[in-house]
Design a protein around this ligand. Structure first.
Ligand SMILES: Nc1ncnc2c1ncn2[C@@H]1O[C@H](COP(=O)(O)OP(=O)(O)O)[C@@H](O)[C@H]1O
Ligand SMILES: [Mg+2]
Length: 376
């Protein structure tokens, strides 16, 4: 899926009465940018040790190699990138399902990264995860209603006598029918199974839901329904999403802010509007070019970059910019120094030597200039 229609584009305020400052009701607070951070990840690093290396030197898979981002409450933060870029590992580390080897994870200021025992169990209720494959995350021998009831029982949510009513409510909220409560997972379609997974995740009243490719296993026709449901649930339950996908259409539909990951690092990060109207990192351009409806050239804007070859191994990451070996614009400096993620416009960060501090591309912007090897 590449081009979804957003049915909930934020209103632009037109049609609402405009009040001058002196006409505001006395207790009205002027609109502020949302600075309420729910999840903060700082310098997160997940290195997986490999078996004995040459001369006893320990080698690691640098799956996540120092990433930082903030997810504001009630919004959706997306992570996009090719397979192997470290998206799932980031999600698992945030959930404390794999151990991180460095950095900080904070939920609402509380230290998730170093929590253990009861403290971690307590924090865990506040975040839930939805995986790609709904079938794998459901017990095939457990009826749908019982699966959700079990989550309520385990976390001791509500009085036991009220839990069945709550199961029904979650069923209805996720678009399932009460007569389906007694069915087993295999009696549902893939989309319906993902609804059960969502209902179960919501049983805990989480604040943050980490979604790793939640619609990638579903038929394209079903994907938009699921995404719309997730947006509805976000509004109804005040959810915050950390949303991972390799699909640009899905990311554009869902996310307020987006980080583009490459080989364990964030190479570009911006609001949806900024990233889709003025992508800057050559890797972002390459991803956009690979998805026909986002190809910046067909919109007459920027270069088309054909991505060739594979990313380097996360075990032997070359010095300099990690994308240099595949970048048509790489220069000598790109192979020597790793570029920092710099803010080049409010909220827009990019890690590329070939982008100036003012956000101007220093690489040629002409329609056909960008075949790999054409420069640098
Ligand atoms: N448990 C693990 N042990 C060793 N390497 C791993 C492990 N999990 C993931 N990796 C490696 O880490 C890198 C990032 O993987 P992953 O986070 O799954 O990427 P993505 O979700 O973006 O496809 C890949 O090279 C993958 O092979
Ligand atoms: Mg993954």
């Amino acid at each position: 899926m590449t081009d979804l229609v957003r049915d909930d584009a934020p209103g632009d305020g037109r049609g609402e009465p405009t009040l001058g400052p002196d006409l505001l009701p006395p207790d009205a607070v002027p609109a502020q940018p949302n600075t309420d951070v729910l999840l903060e990840v700082r310098d997160l690093e997940v290195h997986f040790p490999l078996g004995g290396g040459l001369f006893g030197k320990k080698r690691h898979v640098r799956a996540v190699d120092g990433i930082s981002f903030k997810v504001r409450r009630g919004t959706t933060f997306g992570i996009v990138g090719e397979s192997g870029s470290g998206k799932s590992t980031t999600a698992l580390a945030v959930m404390r399902l794999v151990e991180h080897t460095g950095g900080d994870i904070r939920l609402d200021g509380e230290d998730v990264g170093n929590a253990s025992g009861d403290a971690l169990r307590h924090l865990r209720r506040r975040f839930q995860m939805v995986f790609q494959d709904p079938y794998a995350s459901l017990n095939p021998r457990k009826r749908a209603g019982a699966a959700i009831r079990e989550a309520l029982d385990l976390m001791e949510i509500d009085e036991p006598a009220k839990r069945d009513a709550r199961v029904r409510e979650l069923f209805l909220k996720t678009g399932l029918r009460p007569e389906q409560l007694m069915l087993f997972p295999h009696q549902f379609s893939g989309g319906q199974r993902q609804r059960i997974v969502l209902a179960r995740a919501l049983a805990a009243n989480p604040e943050l839901v980490v979604c790793d490719e939640p619609v990638s296993a579903l038929d394209v026709a079903i994907q938009a329904q699921m995404l719309n449901l997730m947006q509805q649930l976000q509004r109804d339950f005040g959810l915050t999403y950390l949303f991972i996908s390799h699909d640009l259409g899905v990311v554009r539909h869902m996310c307020d802010e987006i980080a583009v990951m490459y080989l364990g690092r964030i190479v570009e990060q911006a609001s949806r509007e900024q990233l889709f109207s003025s992508p800057l990192h050559p890797y972002t351009l390459a991803l956009w070019s690979a998805a026909p409806s986002f190809d910046p050239r067909t919109r007459g804007r920027r270069n088309r970059i054909r991505l060739q070859g594979d990313p380097p191994s996360p075990i032997d990451i070359p010095p300099g910019c990690r994308f240099a070996g595949r970048c048509p614009f790489a220069e000598a400096a790109c192979r020597e120094r790793e570029p920092e993620l710099r803010e080049i416009a409010p909220g827009h960060r990019v890690a590329c030597h070939r982008v100036g501090d003012d956000g101007r591309a220093l690489y040629p912007i002409t329609p056909d200039a960008a075949e790999p090897g054409a420069s640098g």
